[in-house]
Ligand binder design. Structure first.
Ligand code: CMP
Length: 148
């Protein structure tokens, strides 16, 4: 059974280019509830832990440099079938291949600067929400959002 939460991050490029409002609007219009949200600048060590699954890949160093280059918006989103539906809303990792009307097609500059992150599985959604938000923050609104 698929879970009802996913994690997203609006990345530094999209934050700097004033895309926070339009992206949050698209998230709401697609039926997601924003359970918790914060504006935060990651330190290098934190980014390396968050993206540890990509450690050793050719793009890892640049990914860490980019994601720590400015503040991000981190948020927990709630909706039925959240992970899959959110991945459809944002489009593929490479914006040149993303479907028309998706967040990455509209706001991403490149695969490296691809506007937003979205969890790729229920398991990673829980891990990523736990990484950014404390127990109290995850239950900031009284949604029954985390089955951990
Ligand atoms: P994200 O969904 O945040 O997950 C890992 C990120 O690595 C990805 O988005 C991309 O921005 C970035 N990345 C950079 N180069 C590549 C690549 N060649 N393949 C996949 N991801 C890449």
């Amino acid at each position: 059974m698929s879970g009802n939460i996913t994690f997203t991050m609006i990345k530094p490029g999209a934050v700097q280019n004033e895309h926070i409002g339009p992206i949050l609007s698209m998230i709401n219009d697609a039926g997601f509830r924003i359970v918790s949200m914060k504006y935060v600048k990651l330190r290098t060590k934190q980014a390396e832990v968050f993206y540890s699954v990509h450690k050793g890949k050719p793009f890892f160093k640049d990914l860490i440099k980019f994601i720590t280059s400015g503040p991000v918006i981190a948020a927990i989103l709630e909706k039925e079938n959240a992970v899959q539906d959110y991945r459809e809303l944002i489009g593929t990792t490479d914006p040149t291949k993303a479907a028309e009307g998706t967040i990455r097609k509209l706001f991403a500059k490149s695969i490296e600067h691809n506007a937003v992150h979205g969890s790729d599985s229920d398991e990673n959604a829980v891990r990523e929400c736990n990484f950014f938000f404390s127990y109290n923050e995850r239950f900031a609104q009284d949604g029954n959002c985390m089955s951990v």
